[in-house]
Write a protein that binds this ligand. Structure first.
Ligand SMILES: Nc1ncnc2c1ncn2[C@@H]1O[C@H](COP(=O)(O)OP(=O)(O)OP(=O)(O)O)[C@@H](O)[C@H]1O
Length: 846
């Protein structure tokens, strides 16, 4: 976790009257405070940040201190965001874009990224750049003006992304700077009372940096992908000051609203994880796009620009408060890696190997780690499942689209049929139809190319030499746009077609022509002769789509098989865990057996000791029998408690411990009593010389009674001390055994719970996998149906084509016969006319 880096930059004053009201902002190291004119600080208006840059500070210094680290980290695979916030005209654009003499952060970052890449020789890189603006809450592409009102989407693989945004693959800084320059032209600027060139939109310049190790043989083949956002926000403004009206006013409202939402998000995030509640990222496009940078997986820096003039004091305080809150936000940046399947396998193998080694070492710790690992695996499993679901959803969508496509083709075929029927209508309007068709064709061509542009746009990729670069540049994990037509608004509809043909009979010659129709996914059909080509193309397209679907299906099946393998492994690991749990369950039983054996040995040793003492009434015999009794009792208690604690499992462990404690106290009292009794009852009148001899050391043999007695006492007390020590030893042993038991029980319970949880999770995973398989089977069925439909479609088309050919031939014949009839008729009329004119003078003469 790391805090967002926040800095404040004071712009140079525009006018001289910076403090005509008697206050001014003073910068002191990393602190900025408001002072009275004579120098006294105003209490409560003093703020400290990571950096405070005064009026004389250059963009170069700002870059070095604030942004450079983020840029370098981005090259290493961390997401990074740097943005400028502040009131209008406070110097945000100046900071981000800079001037010719002192280039801004964006310019420097671009150069730095490429310099850095040059220095990293063991990796190869692919850089993509995009540039967008949020103008009046609409996202526009600054690299492609036609890409307007773009939508934000979120996917598991790509996170939050803007669909349809053009990404250019670039290979050097100059290329990027040129692109930025071209993008700047499309940006919305406007004049206000506060700034002659005020940004009316938030702009986000984005670099996606992908890299992988050149030598993949030794390390794991992971691709690092990081996103670097450089953001120039529009400035908050007071309408009274900017004098905005009309368009400017509308823009100002949108700007202020989105900045307010940004403020809300910052406020919530600064409350700390416990109190923050829901973060309203979705309330504006800006916060949604910046979501990873605010409290997410990114290294972030904010530069808050302020105007030093006293007239802006309230806005400046507002900016400084925003900055103070932002300072409290923590992010959690980590290197973003995409693992290929092979790499994943390699990594998992390594992990298993490590686990195995650990298992051979410390047993208990490893068990816990294994449980954790299992949990992580399950989580990963869950993620995989989600991904699979998403893919299935995508597939379902594409199925729908394909069905729609088939339906539309059906309409086309029907229209072709209607073409043949309408051809019998009045011939006199054929010219009008011609012109109508012409315009339709033109419109169609136009809209076709436009629609092609809309629907099939791909990021303009440029060839880059390295294989990694080429491979990655073709890689589009989740397209930001559908590869299939999703709207048919520019397809000439049935009504239009009939309107165009109503009351007209087609020229027989032109009947060879198929009316121009625009279909989004296929090129327009202009002529019947060309229609065959078009059909072929259509069929090709459909085939391609089908192949794609089959590939998708295969991919899904492969993933499913992987899931099954993973699941099997999980099951094996769970059974291993079960064995461990069984072992732990057996521990008390073994302990109890051990205690019984110890007891037997103890009793045996003591009975042997007793056999050496001939006089049963002698104090040594009493002592030994008492010790024997106590020891036996202790062992029995130990055994009982083992069985109570683990065998029956009804009494709680603490209850058992307190029983042991009670027992210990009773025994201790008994031992003390016996010792006291022995000490008081034993006198020099001890009769049994044998006992005395056994207790007294050799040097006191035959010594006077008093000396002998003292010696005996000393020996006895030594013996007592030893017994006491042994007793304490036993007590300690008992305690440690109790503790061990307690720990074992706790661990056993935890493992039992863990095991139960894992079992449940495994069951639910089983369920999910079987559901997924069903869905997969369903999808496969659907695909097969579509395939059948397609084949039928192709056959029908061929049939239709044949019919049209026959039809054309028939019409050709009819036309020829009509022509001959017409010429015959004409010649007859001519001859009649000639006859008539020849007969007229005669009749006139008559
Ligand atoms: N540190 C600076 N040094 C020199 N000139 C500066 C500095 N900061 C800002 N300016 C100048 O102040 C003017 C306003 O700055 P700029 O356009 O960057 O403000 P802005 O915060 O981006 O405003 P808006 O939010 O309205 O777009 C510009 O003419 C710019 O050159």
């Amino acid at each position: 976790m790391e805090k967002i880096c926040v800095a404040v930059r004071v712009r140079p004053p525009v006018s001289q009257d910076v403090s005509n009201g008697g206050t001014f902002w003073k910068v002191d190291d990393n602190r900025i405070s408001l002072h009275k004119l004579h120098g006294t600080p105003i209490s409560g208006v003093s703020y400290a940040f990571d950096h405070v840059f005064d009026e004389g500070c250059t963009n170069s210094r700002v870059y070095e201190l604030l942004t450079k680290d983020i840029i370098h980290a981005a090259v290493e695979g961390f997401n990074g965001t740097a943005f400028a916030y502040g009131q209008t005209s406070s110097g945000k654009t100046f900071t981000m874009n800079g001037s010719e003499k002192d280039p801004g952060i964006i310019h420097r970052a671009v150069r730095d990224v490429f310099d850095r890449i040059q220095m990293i020789s063991h990796r190869e890189f692919l850089i993509r750049v995009s540039y967008m603006e949020i103008y009046n809450e609409e996202i526009n592409d600054l690299f492609a003006v036609e890409n307007q009102k773009l939508q934000i989407h979120e996917s598991l693989e790509r996170g939050i992304f803007v669909a349809g945004l053009r990404e250019e693959i670039v290979s050097n800084a100059e290329q990027v700077l040129k692109l930025i320059e071209s993008g700047e032209v499309n940006r919305h600027f406007g004049e206000t009372n506060m700034n002659a060139r005020s940004s009316r939109s938030h702009t986000i310049f984005r670099m996606v940096i992908e890299s992988n190790a050149k030598d993949t043989s030794s390390s794991i083949d992971a691709i690092r992908v990081s996103v670097l956002n450089l953001v120039d926000l529009a400035g908050s403004e007071r309408i009274a000051k900017t004098g905005a009206g009309g368009v400017r006013l509308k823009e100002g409202k949108y700007i202020n609203k989105s900045l307010m939402i940004l403020g809300n998000v910052i406020n919530k995030l600064s409350d700390g994880a416990k109190n923050r509640g829901h973060i309203p990222y979705r309330d504006s496009k800006l916060t949604r796009i910046l979501q990873p940078a605010l409290g997410g997986n990114a290294k972030t820096s904010i530069i808050c620009t302020i105007a030093p003039e006293e007239v802006h004091i309230e806005e400046t305080k507002g900016t400084l408060q925003f900055a103070s809150r932002a300072k409290r936000i923590t992010n959690c940046a980590q290197v973003n890696e995409i693992l290929t399947d092979a790499a994943l396998l390699k990594r998992q193998k390594q992990e298993i190997e490590e686990l195995r080694k650990k298992l051979q070492g410390s047993h208990a710790g490893v068990l816990e780690q294994e449980v954790l690992k299992l949990r992580n695996d399950l989580l990963q499993y869950e993620l995989e499942r989600e991904k699979l679901e998403m893919e299935l959803e995508e597939q379902r969508k594409s199925h729908k689209q394909r069905e729609q496509c088939i339906r539309d083709q059906q309409i086309q075929i029907d229209n072709l049929g209607s073409l043949s029927t309408t051809s019998d209508l009045d011939r006199s309007s054929s010219q009008a139809q011609d012109s109508g068709r012409q315009s339709l064709k033109e419109d169609g061509d136009d809209s076709y190319s436009k629609s092609q542009g809309d629907l099939f746009r791909t990021p303009s990729l440029k060839a880059v030499p390295h294989s990694f670069v080429v491979k990655r540049s073709n890689y589009s994990p989740v397209p930001g746009f559908s590869p299939l037509p999703d709207s048919f608004s520019n397809v000439v509809d049935e009504d239009t077609w009939f309107k165009m043909n109503k009351g007209f009979v087609a020229d027989l010659d032109s009947l060879q022509m198929t009316p121009s129709r625009t279909v989004q996914s296929f090129p327009p059909c202009d002529e019947t002769a060309g229609s065959k080509e078009n059909y072929k193309q259509e069929v090709q397209n459909l085939k391609r789509q089908l192949e794609l679907s089959i590939e998708e299906r295969d991919d899904l099946m492969r993933k499913h098989a992987e899931q099954v393998v993973l699941n099997d492994r999980l099951v094996a690991e769970i059974s291993e865990l079960q064995n461990e749990a069984q072992l732990i369950r057996e521990i008390p039983q073994r302990l109890s057996e051990c205690a019984a054996t110890c007891k037997d040995i103890y009793v045996d040793v003591l009975s042997k000791t007793q056999s050496f003492i001939s006089d049963e009434k002698a104090s040594a015999a009493k002592l030994v029998s008492s010790i024997s009794e106590i020891g036996t009792s202790l062992f029995t208690t130990l055994e009982t408690h083992f069985s109570v604690a683990f065998g029956e499992g009804q009494r709680s462990f603490s209850e058992t411990s307190s029983l042991i404690q009670e027992q210990r106290e009773v025994l201790s009292e008994r031992l003390n009593n016996t010792i006291k009794l022995l000490v008081s009852s034993e006198r020099p009148s001890i009769e049994n010389e044998q006992v005395r001899t056994s207790l007294c050391s050799c040097e006191h043999k035959g010594c006077p009674t008093g000396g002998e007695n003292a010696c005996w006492k000393e020996k006895l007390s030594n013996e007592l001390i030893t017994v006491k020590e042994r007793y304490h030893g036993l007590e300690e042993e008992l305690d440690s055994n109790n503790q061990l038991l307690e720990k074992s029980k706790q661990r056993y319970d935890a493992l039992e719970a863990e095991f139960q949880l894992l079992k449940e999770e495994r069951d639910s995973l089983h369920k999910i996998v079987s559901e997924s398989s069903q869905t997969l089977a369903l999808a496969t069925d659907q695909k097969e149906n579509v395939l059948k439909d397609l084949n039928n479609e192709v056959l029908r088309r061929k049939d239709l084509e044949e019919k049209i050919k026959q039809f054309s031939v028939a019409f050709g014949c009819r036309k020829t016969s009509l022509m001959s009839f017409h010429s015959e008729f004409k010649s007859k009329i001519e001859s009649l006319r000639a006859k008539n004119s020849a007969s007229v003078p005669k009749s006139a003469g008559c």
